[in-house]
Every structure is written in C-alpha cells, then in structure tokens.
Design a protein around this ligand. Structure first.
Ligand code: ZN
Length: 193
C-alpha cells in the first residue's frame, strides 16, 4: 500500500468514527422516558415527515445499525427505518405486526442499550402492515431473515418495549466492547437495531 493510500484510509476512518460519535450522541439510551412511550401515529405526510425519515436514515447509517425507530432520536412518532443487505432501505410509517409465527433464538443488541447483547426469542415469520412516506399502504412478509428480526425489534420500540424486557434476569446480558475508535469488530458483529 502506498503512503498516500495509507493516509487516505486513515482520514476516512477518522471521518467514519467522527460521524459515528455524532450519531451515537443523538441516540437516546435506556433510562430516557421517550423510549418507554407508546409513540403517536403519523397523520401528516408532509415535509416534516420526510425530514425526520432522512435524519433517521443518516443516524442509522452513521451509528451504524440495521434499523432505527423515531423514539431513539427523541421523537415519539410511529416511524421506523430498516436497511438490510438483502432487502435494501425500508422506511415504514405506522407499522404494525399483523401476523407472526414460529420461534427462533437470536443474539440481539440495541443502539439504545449500548455495550450489551443477549439471546432472545423472535418469530420466524413476520407480516407487517404499514404506510410508506407518501402514505400508501405497504405489506411486508419476512421469513427467517434479518428483516424479520429488525421488524419485530423496531415495532417494539414504537410501543415502548426494549429487547431486555424479554430477559428473565439482567445476568443474561452479555457485555460487548464498543467498536468506536479502537477498530475492534466486537460490537459490529452484533445485530444493532
Ligand atoms: Zn433498538
């Protein structure tokens, strides 16, 4: 690797960790009452909603996470964004789980519960009804995928539920090292939603 490439890479990494720190500062963490509210339904599909979705997408990318719910940035509205390699970017307004079936054990982490992960039960199949940013109805069926996982996690968020609520005891929480600055992949291996 040439010296210039090396310097560029370092500058890129610095920019990435700077944006990650900014995003994490924006994210509300456990103890903040907004995370426990039943978020309000969206009724206006206006510029304000598009701006909120844009801010959420940026924060999700920078954090980085697979999904983000509006209460996580302090806005008590039923808006979630999800992005997976297989399904792309999916912003959902007023989403609700209309059907779920099956059981699977999954390792889960949450941007609002930093530093921990735990294994919990999630559904195998999840069907969600929602609106897109224009107010048009969409239906999503996810089977045994990261999308199914994220859909349940994010919809829990807008109902004031955190994944740790499913644990029988705090002993089940597994500490993870943050990936900020030191470049260790430990936290990046967890599904952060
Ligand atoms: Zn979360």
């Amino acid at each position: 690797m040439s010296e210039t490439t090396q310097q560029t890479r370092t500058a890129d990494q610095e920019e990435l960790s700077r944006r990650q720190r900014e995003a994490r500062k924006d994210i509300r963490v456990i103890g903040d009452p907004v995370l426990r509210e039943h978020a309000r339904e969206v009724t206006e599909f206006d510029r304000g909603l598009r701006k909120l979705a844009k801010r959420m997408i940026r924060t999700m990318h920078d954090a980085p996470g697979v999904g983000l719910a509006a209460p996580q940035i302090g806005v008590s509205l039923r808006v979630v964004v999800i992005e997976t390699p297989d399904d792309g970017l999916i912003p959902l307004i007023n989403p609700e789980v209309v059907k779920h079936s099956g059981d699977r054990r999954l390792m889960e982490g949450c941007l609002s519960v930093p530093g921990y992960q735990a294994e919990i039960n999630r559904s195998k199949q999840v069907t969600v009804k929602a609106l897109d940013r224009e107010g048009k109805e969409v239906r999503i069926k996810a089977v045994d995928s990261l999308l199914a996982h994220a859909l349940e996690h994010e919809i829990d968020h807008i109902n004031g539920i955190l994944y740790i609520d499913y644990l029988e005891s705090a002993d089940q929480l597994i500490p993870v090292r943050p990936s900020i600055d030191d470049g260790t992949p430990s936290e990046a291996e967890v599904t952060l939603v």
